[in-house]
Design a protein around this ligand. Structure first.
Ligand SMILES: [Zn+2]
Length: 287
């Protein structure tokens, strides 16, 4: 992605330097790992009680070498540019619909963080908290994408940010609320289907963003869309579950299969039309 020299968003709350304080407790490693596998790119569906139960936040007293520090700074600069690019695109799309876009804040943290959705550790992966309208990212996630999930490339990182912003769009549109109200009315398997639709719509919005960012500013390098598709492929729930348990249990899906994630990102990217992102109407997702 062409990003150097571009505007960096100022809607960033950089908490990387903060110590873990009260959150510096260990434990729950197995729970952490399981939770991690199910919530990579976790977003709107985050349930605070679940985070608190499953994630005993780890200490974030990590000290970085100068090289790691430099790398971290580079990643921070990159995600600030990506966030700014999402602001430009969504401000324009909202204005075209005679609405005003309310820009979300990005919280950068290292190790552990507390949000209106509860405490989280870096193991929870990037997430969006509707309660405070903030995106939370521990930049070390990008190393995991590269090394553990085989999803390298700067645009894979951009896709993750754009996906979380997609959850913010859903929050503004009231879609997240509607789905949340179904929690408790539906059995778990049925509710999970709605969670998947919500996740896939966030992927769709990430694609819509890429479409318009390219149109407005030609941000894409050759191979960028493939990087995003590869990331969508690598972090589908079926892949993650295979990695964790060796078998796929469709009813426990909350993010969609690799193929579904790729399909919806691509649809958003190719059409650039927010009106085509009704994942809730997709017959293949209904049962
Ligand atoms: Zn998500």
């Amino acid at each position: 992605m062409k990003w150097r020299g571009s505007r960096q968003s100022s809607n960033v709350d950089d908490r990387r330097g903060l110590s873990g304080g009260a959150m510096a407790t260990g434990g729950g490693i197995l729970g952490l790992v399981m939770y991690l596998l199910y919530t990579f790119i976790g977003g709107g569906e985050i349930d605070p009680t679940q985070i608190n139960r499953q994630l005993a936040p780890e200490s974030n007293q990590t000290s970085l070498t100068p090289e790691e520090q430099a790398e971290d700074e580079e990643r921070a600069a990159f995600v600030k540019v990506v966030l700014a690019e999402t602001e430009d695109v969504w401000n324009k799309i909202f204005a075209e619909g005679s609405n005003q876009y309310s820009e979300p804040t990005l919280v950068l943290f290292r190790g552990g963080v507390s949000s209106a959705c509860g405490n989280a550790s870096s193991a929870s992966g990037p997430f969006y908290c509707p309660g405070d309208q903030q995106l939370y990212i521990d930049l070390s996630f990008y190393e995991d994408m590269q090394d553990k999930l085989n999803a390298p490339g700067d645009f894979a990182m951009a896709y993750v940010v754009a996906h979380e912003v997609g959850h913010h769009i859903q929050n503004l549109a009231g879609t997240a609320d509607k789905v949340n109200r179904l929690r408790g009315q539906l059995d778990e398997a049925e509710f999970n289907r709605y969670s998947v639709m919500l996740e896939l719509q966030a992927d769709f919005y990430a694609g819509v963003w890429a479409h318009h960012a390219q149109k407005m500013k030609k941000i894409l390098d050759p191979g960028d869309i493939d990087e995003a598709l590869n990331a969508a492929n690598a972090i589908g729930d079926d892949r993650l579950q295979k990695r964790s348990s060796g078998q796929v249990v469709p009813d426990a899906f909350t993010h969609g299969t690799s193929a579904q994630r790729m399909f919806w990102f691509k649809k958003g990217y190719e059409t650039g039309d927010i009106n085509q992102g009704n994942t809730f109407d997709d017959p293949s997702l209904k049962n």
